[in-house]
Design a protein around this ligand. Structure first.
Ligand code: BTN
Length: 261
């Protein structure tokens, strides 16, 4: 099969659900559904699943993703990774973060950043997150990626346990249609997938680093039971975060935890 990264439109079909456990789970069921002939496998690529309500929304590192009914974006996009190797997973995460960044920046105007690895931040507050799940064949081929995107749009009250959340409405004072915004995001992601297909890795990485939260600033981290402060330098093409304190160190996703005061 030809590489479909940029061949089929992202967001077509656009499946809108009133309520679901998790849009990522729904997308996985589509992938595992009736066997598609290889010639049609590409037709699933680009499928978007939007839900007005998620009963068991999933966050990164086994956390829950909580979102009030009818207020936010809960979207999963099915991707055939095509030319990308499993070792290049970071780039799918980076282009998704960039597309989400572009959407939010367009509406929130300023102060938008990407917090490594792929959180959407406005000032020091979290406005969204990304959870990418992969389907890998028994022979180790990266068959499918499910890109799950949650963005706070109209919600104004959040659970107390969340660290500094924010929504677009809290920033601009305006109410939005989450479905329209989700549809607006799809071609933005498509444009970055085209860049991936054209192997513009340096450009993608440069943009990602340009928007990196706290770049050049001192941040407190925890690794195991060691707490340390280090300056954020950059993120490398393998997705590792490079920091300096007395020495330069780099960390993999999930190896360290950010500590907020
Ligand atoms: C995170 O920051 O922890 C990632 C959150 C990802 C949430 C989205 S909402 C749509 C999709 N479905 C899920 O169950 N999770 C992702």
């Amino acid at each position: 099969m030809q590489d479909p990264l940029a061949q089929y439109p992202i967001g077509s079909p656009f499946i809108e659900l009133q309520s679901v456990d998790s849009t990522n789970n729904y997308a996985r069921k589509l992938i595992n559904g009736p066997e598609l002939p290889e010639s049609q496998a590409g037709t699933l690529h680009g499928t978007a699943v939007f839900a007005h309500e998620q009963i068991s929304g999933k966050g990164r590192i086994g956390k829950k993703w909580m979102s009030d009914k009818g207020t936010n974006i809960a979207l999963s996009i099915v991707i055939r990774p095509g030319i990308l190797e499993l070792t290049q997973q970071f780039f799918l995460s980076a282009v998704t973060a960039l597309a989400v960044y572009d959407l939010f920046q367009k509406h929130a105007d300023d102060h938008v950043k990407i917090k490594w690895p792929n959180d959407l931040y406005w000032q020091d507050r979290k406005a969204g997150g990304i959870l990418i799940e992969s389907v890998i064949t028994s022979s180790g081929k990266w068959d499918w990626a499910i890109i799950g995107i949650g963005i706070n749009i109209n919600q104004v009250r959040f659970a107390a346990e969340l660290h500094n959340p924010v929504s677009l409405k809290q920033i601009t004072g305006k109410e939005y249609d989450p479905v329209s915004l989700a549809k607006e995001l799809c071609p933005m992601l498509q444009a970055y997938l085209l860049e991936l297909e054209q192997k513009k890795f340096d450009h993608i990485l440069a943009l990602y680093n340009e928007h990196l939260y706290k770049k050049g600033e001192l941040v407190k981290f925890r690794k195991g039971n060691r707490v340390f402060e280090a300056k954020i330098c950059e993120v490398k093409s393998n997705g590792r975060l490079v920091v300096t304190h007395s020495v330069e160190e780099s960390f993999d996703i999930n190896e360290i935890e950010w500590l907020f005061k």
